[in-house]
Structure formats: structure tokens, C-alpha cells
Design a protein around this ligand. Structure first.
Ligand code: NAD
Ligand code: UGA
Length: 476
């Protein structure tokens, strides 16, 4: 076989890509890649055989609007799901790493630092099975300078294969993954801009994205800037939510209305209206973990004031979740023991079945530990998943009923609590629900999606984040 030089190899068109990690990022991003690049063979591998089986089935392991249609179009054409990690590494020119990087649960940096075990395992696998030259693309969210660690492992363990490591963080938001992947606000490519090989690798990845992303949206930069930009973007987004939730607390005490304040603030073109939706607190697998990672990084660099600054975003979020629970318990005459309460929505946001760090878990656990009897409904979260999330020695599973719809969940309850902003919750027959509930019947809207005046006219006692009514009644 003809030997090709590293330069030739890095400059040749990319026709074989593999992605290691078939989760919320790896699966959808590979499917869209295959859709947009019919001439590229995309292989997705995972160490979890059940995950691969699910991607090969009719029930995908990830619920995302529009994803089934994309997968059906490309699966078996130029998108392959496989358990053969070694083979996929061997056969690909470009390797995306999309493994999970959760917060460390023990050891140095416990509860704050990112656990990079999966990343390191994958780097060692690549070193073992790669040959020639490869472009390794770090898509997982990682602390600054992780690419350097990957590079070191590859350099010191490989049998002489050449590599370039690029940072290409993912910015998709769950529930909007297909839209975000097909029409991203920007694509970041971080690499070694100072070397010829680094520039060739950056261009090779840029050429892949240029099939469907306009050049002005593809930002190339140093590896470290790219890695830090991802953490910074998530911190900025989360900070806006914590800021509006902080304002929401002031609204609850004063009679101001947080939706009106958000509208006024967001009308400033320098700020914009996005991410100003007050809620019972943000959830999801990444905001908390990435801010903790930023906090740990700052502390490691001796930048304690910076660490405290970012920590405050999380403290505010914890306060928001606890305060919402306190509102529920106080409103229900300071006790929920033996009271039936419906939880509508368990996912961390609408249009996903993902419950990682969902604020609904906090609400459910708090109410259960205060003796409430819960009836839970979510259109996309399985009972098995909810049981896993609520599995705790202090919680009796007998106190939880998983329901098939909103009406069953609310029947015979003292209150219902909206934890996820599923659009269908806006359109319920609230007269029917009111009739089926114990009186006084309470509503706690943690997402501000309900028409409070109309519910009040039916007879409900209502509380919504950012416009607490009972407190105001007390003041008057
Ligand atoms: P996930 O848990 O859904 O998927 C990760 C997958 O990697 C799992 O299926 C796991 O089995 C697999 N894996 C772990 N170690 C492996 C190994 N050694 N070999 C092969 N497979 C392995 O996680 P996710 O939500 O897809 O997130 C992945 C990364 O992307 C994280 O760093 C996350 O911060 C980042 N990210 C996530 C989102 C999101 O919306 N979920 C968005 C942007 C960025
Ligand atoms: C977030 C970012 O938006 C993505 O850009 C990023 O790629 C991703 O994290 C990641 O790194 O994992 P995601 O967590 O999927 O995406 O969802 P968001 O839409 O950001 O919502 C996060 C949480 O904040 C949800 O619980 C949501 O309900 C809440 N939220 C969002 C609010 O409470 N108010 C808002 O105004 C917006």
C-alpha cells in the first residue's frame, strides 16, 4: 500500500468519520452530519451495547423533535451504529469524542471538577487502534487544556501515528437539537493555528461544516479559547436565568410581575429577550456541571474571587428551587403530610425526555420527604426513569403514583404543580380538573405557562413564580 505523508493525509478530503459516544450529543450530531454530508461515511460507537441497540431500533434512546425523520433517512445509508469501537477508530480519518464528562463524585475536586475518566479511556483506545494520521475532535465539554492531555496520551502511547487534536464544542440545546445542528448560531474550531499541520486539520474540519454552515458562522481560534468559550457560554446563559429568577423573588414580595420586568429588560437591544424566562430553577446535565468546572478551574488558578462570582449562579439556582418548594408547603397550610399533590412534567425542560438535574426531582423529593403523596405525569419520561430519579432510602415508592395523563394525575389531589413547560399543559380542561380535586384546590406554576386570572376565576388558588399572590394578600 502506498505510504502517504502526514500533510497529504491531512489535506485529503474527509470521507470516513467516527463518533465515540452515542448519547444526546453524539447521536443527533452524527445523524445531522450524515444528512448534510452524503459522501461521508459516519460511524457512531458506544461502550454501552444497549445504547447502540436502541439507535438501531424504532425507539431511539433520545427523544428530539424531528430526529426520527433524520435518522430514518441516513441510517443504513451513510450512518452506521456499531459496538466495534476499535474498528471504527482504525477505519476513520476523523474521530469525534462525544463521551459524557460529569462532575467528579469522589476524590480530588469531588463535587466540582469534571470527571475526565471517559475522555482518557477513549484517548488511550485511539492511541491503541489508530495508525497513519488522524484528526481527533474533542466535542465533549471539557476544562481548558484537556486537548493537551489527549495529545500527550496519544503521543506517548501510539505506535508512531500522527495526530492533531481540535476543540469543537457542541452548543445544541435539548429539544431543539435538530434545529440547532442544522442551523447553528456558530461553530467553533480550536486548534494549533501556529503549525502547518494544525492549520490543515482546522481546515479539514471547517470543510466538513462548510457543506451546510455559512463561512461567517465558523469561528476558528486557539484550542484553549475554544474550550473556555464553551464553559463561558453556558455560564452566561445560566447567569441570565439566575438573574431573572432573583428579580422574580423581588416581584413575589412586592407585587411587580417578572414577565413585565423581563420584557422591559429584554427590549434593550444590547441585552435581548432570550433566557429571561423566570422558572422554578434551571436543570439539565450541563449548566451546573460546567459552572462547577469553571469554579474549580478558577480556584485551581488561585482566582478565588472569580470562583465565588460563578458559584453565585448556582447558589441562586438552589435558592430558587427551595423557595418554590417553600411556597408550596406554606400555601398548603404549612403541611403536606398525607396530602395528594400532582406533579405535571418531570423532564428538565419541554421537548425532551431527559431528567438529568431536573428541578422536578428537587420538588418531588422535598414534598415526599415532607410526607406528601405524589401523582406524577410526564408525556416523555418513562416510569422506570422517574423511579430511578426518586430512588432514595428515605423515600417510600408506595407514596408515588405514576399516571398516564394530567387528569388522572390531578384527580383527588389538593394541588397540582407545573414543573415542565410542556405546551399541552396550557390547554387542559381546567374546569374538569377543578371539579375532580379536593378543595381548596391549589395550583403552583413553576413555569409561568398558565393563565392565572382564568384559573382564579374557576376557583383555584394560584401561585406562579415571579408573581406570588398569597404573599401580597398578606401584605394588604
Ligand atoms: P450522554 O451521557 O448522553 O452520552 C455519552 C455517551 O458516551 C454514553 O452513551 C456513554 O455510554 C458513552 N461513553 C462513555 N464512555 C465511553 C467510552 N469509553 N467508550 C465509548 N463510549 C463511551 O452525554 P451527552 O449529553 O451526549 O454529553 C456528552 C458531552 O457533550 C458532555 O461533555 C456534555 O457536557 C456535552 N454537551 C452536552 C449537551 C447536551 O445537550 N446533552 C450539549 C452540548 C454539549
Ligand atoms: C444548554 C445550552 O442552552 C446549550 O447551548 C448547551 O449546548 C447545553 O446546555 C449543554 O452544554 O449541554 P440545555 O441544557 O439542553 O442547553 O437547555 P436550555 O434550553 O439551555 O435550558 C436549560 C435549563 O434552563 C432548563 O431547565 C430550562 O427550563 C431552563 N431555562 C431556560 C429557564 O429556566 N429559563 C430560560 O429563560 C431558559
Amino acid at each position: 500500500m502506498k505510504q502517504v505523508s502526514v500533510m497529504e493525509s491531512l489535506s485529503s478530503p474527509v470521507t470516513r468519520i467516527c463518533c465515540i459516544g452515542a448519547g444526546y450529543v453524539g447521536g443527533p450530531s452524527s445523524a445531522v452530519l450524515a444528512l448534510k454530508c452524503p459522501d461521508i461515511m459516519v460511524t457512531v460507537v458506544d461502550s454501552d451495547p444497549a445504547k447502540i441497540d436502541a439507535w438501531l431500533s424504532t425507539t431511539l434512546p433520545v427523544y428530539e423533535p424531528g430526529l426520527d425523520a433524520v435518522v430514518n433517512q441516513v441510517r443504513g445509508r451513510n450512518l452506521v451504529f456499531s459496538q466495534d469501537v476499535a474498528g471504527a477508530i482504525h477505519d476513520s480519518q476523523m474521530i469525534f469524542i462525544s463521551v459524557n464528562t460529569p462532575t467528579k463524585e469522589f476524590g480530588l475536586g469531588e463535587g466540582r471538577a469534571a470527571d475526565l475518566t471517559n475522555l482518557e479511556i477513549v484517548a488511550r483506545l485511539i492511541a491503541k487502534h489508530a495508525f497513519g494520521s488522524k484528526i481527533v475532535v474533542e466535542k465533549s465539554t471539557v476544562p481548558v487544556r484537556s486537548a493537551q492531555s489527549i495529545s500527550k496520551i496519544l503521543r506517548e502511547n501510539s505506535n508512531g501515528f500522527r495526530h492533531q487534536v481540535l476543540s469543537n464544542p457542541e452548543f445544541l440545546s435539548e429539544g431543539n437539537a435538530v434545529r440547532d445542528l442544522t442551523n447553528p448560531d456558530r461553530v467553533l474550531i480550536g486548534g494549533d493555528e501556529d503549525s502547518e499541520e494544525g492549520r490543515l486539520a482546522i481546515n479539514a474540519l471547517r470543510d466538513v461544516y462548510l457543506r451546510w454552515v455559512s463561512p461567517d458562522k465558523i469561528l476558528t481560534m486557539s484550542t484553549w479559547s475554544s474550550e473556555l468559550s464553551k464553559l463561558a457560554a453556558n455560564a452566561f446563559l445560566a447567569q441570565r436565568i439566575s438573574s431573572i429568577n432573583a428579580i422574580g423573588c423581588i416581584c413575589e414580595e412586592t407585587g411587580a410581575e417578572v414577565g413585565q420586568v423581563a420584557k422591559a429588560v429584554g427590549a434593550d437591544s444590547r441585552l435581548g429577550p432570550s433566557f429571561l424566562q423566570a422558572s422554578l430553577g434551571f436543570g439539565g446535565s450541563c449548566f451546573q456541571k460546567d459552572i462547577l468546572s469553571l469554579v474549580y478551574l478558577s480556584e485551581s488558578l488561585g482566582l478565588n474571587p472569580i470562583a465565588s462570582y460563578f458559584s453565585a449562579i448556582l447558589k441562586m439556582n438552589d435558592y430558587t428551587k427551595s423557595r418554590f418548594c417553600q411556597t408550596i408547603i406554606e400555601s398548603l397550610f404549612n403541611t403536606v403530610r398525607g396530602k395528594r399533590i400532582a406533579i405535571l412534567g418531570f423532564a428538565f425542560k419541554a421537548n425532551t425526555g431527559d431528567t438529568r438535574c431536573s428541578p422536578a426531582i428537587h420538588v418531588a423529593k422535598t414534598l415526599l420527604s415532607d410526607g406528601a403523596l405524589l401523582r406524577i405525569y410526564d408525556p416523555k419520561v418513562s416510569e422506570a426513569q422517574m423511579r430511578r430519579d426518586l430512588n432514595h432510602p428515605s423515600i417510600s415508592q408506595d407514596n408515588i403514583l405514576f399516571c398516564d395523563d394530567e387528569y388522572e394525575a390531578c384527580r383527588g389531589t389538593h394541588a397540582f404543580v407545573v414543573c415542565t413547560e410542556w405546551p399541552q399543559f396550557r390547554m387542559l380542561d381546567f374546569h374538569r380538573i377543578y371539579r375532580s380535586m379536593d378543595k381548596p384546590a391549589y395550583v403552583f406554576d413553576g413555569r409561568r405557562i398558565l393563565d392565572i386570572p382564568s384559573l382564579t376565576s374557576i376557583g383555584f388558588h394560584c401561585e406562579a413564580v415571579g408573581r406570588r399572590t398569597t404573599k401580597i394578600e398578606h401584605i394588604m
